[in-house]
Ligand binder design. Structure first.
Ligand SMILES: Nc1ncnc2c1ncn2[C@@H]1O[C@H](COP(=O)(O)OP(=O)(O)O)[C@@H](O)[C@H]1O
Ligand SMILES: CC(C)(COP(=O)(O)O)[C@@H](O)C(=O)NCCC(=O)O
Ligand SMILES: [K+]
Length: 253
């Protein structure tokens, strides 16, 4: 079994692949400066709950866009699973990065690109609705052309309410009417509608700039609330990043 760890800015997702199938997946908050033993305290009970025999885990890969998590996560895998994990950022891959500073590219974005290419087998735009909203492009020939990085839905919402004295927390969901009739429904509609328009706008601008068609693949914690409003989503895969990391692992093992 392969252990895949994807540390994002909000959640660390931990999953187990048995061959190509995800047999378990857990999310923990990306909090604090944890030690390897604290990660063990969080993760080992989850494995035990499912009666996972630790000796059956024979590989591990870690992707992190949160620098402070890399060392202790890696130390956790070494100490408790007796494995040396691959670090996604240091892995070889066959994507041609048409960008100025390849070393800057988040390994979650690279993983998404690899999985989107594998899934769509065509020129593809992938959208990841996490802490950030990342919209990237990978061609059929595995050229990564670049991305847009915007505030994610919750990030934009938090920024708004932290700056506005009279605004409080609201759930973001598809509004019944565009015009809210109280503060909560006005914010909910405002954030939701803003993202729907922005995403559809960015998609059509990418298509126009590149004068070709693209399949679209969406993922990330907030993808499910917005997917029906995005014009022509070809694939919704909540596990896109994890699957990309598995492909990266296979390429490097
Ligand atoms: N399975 C889920 N169901 C519903 N909401 C989710 C789920 N996973 C994540 N979220 C929400 O999405 C947000 C962040 O998504 P995620 O893609 O995990 O972010 P990041 O990769 O930046 O850590 C979280 O704040 C959480 O509220
Ligand atoms: C863009 C991101 C913040 C997305 O993070 P996430 O929303 O998954 O937590 C992350 O991929 C990152 O820090 N990337 C480095 C910059 C770059 O990829 O160009
Ligand atoms: K992510």
């Amino acid at each position: 079994m392969l252990l895949v760890i994807d540390a994002g800015n909000t959640n660390i997702v931990i999953c187990l692949f048995n061959d190509d199938t995800i047999i378990a997946k857990w999310r923990i908050a990306t909090l604090n400066q944890y030690t390897e033993d604290e990660y063990a305290g969080q993760i080992l009970p989850l494995l035990t709950l499912l009666n996972i025999d630790l000796t059956q885990i024979n590989g591990a890969i870690i992707s992190s866009v949160v620098r402070r998590t890399v060392k202790p996560m890696s130390a956790f895998v070494k100490k408790y699973l007796k494995l040396t994990p691959l670090i996604a950022k240091d892995c070889m891959h066959d994507v041609s990065l048409k960008i100025e500073q390849p070393e800057e590219l988040g390994s979650d974005i690279l993983a998404n690109a690899i999985a989107a290419n594998d899934l769509a087998k065509e020129n593809c735009i992938f959208l990841d609705f996490g802490t950030a909203l990342v919209i990237g492009v990978i061609t059929k020939e595995k050229e990564f052309l670049g991305a847009t990085i915007s505030p994610g839905i919750k990030t934009a919402h938090s920024a708004l309410i932290s700056k506005a004295d009279l605004l409080g927390h609201t759930n973001i969901s598809k509004p019944k009417h565009i015009l809210g009739t109280n503060t909560a429904t006005a914010i909910s509609s405002g954030i939701y509608t803003f993202y729907v328009c922005a995403v559809n706008g960015i998609l059509s601008m990418i298509r126009r700039e590149h004068e070709r068609d693209f399949k679209t693949v969406i993922t990330g914690g907030f993808a499910s609330i917005i997917q029906n409003e995005i014009e022509s989503v070809d694939f919704y895969d909540p596990d896109l990043t994890l699957k990309g990391l598995k492909l990266l692992y296979d390429f490097n093992k």
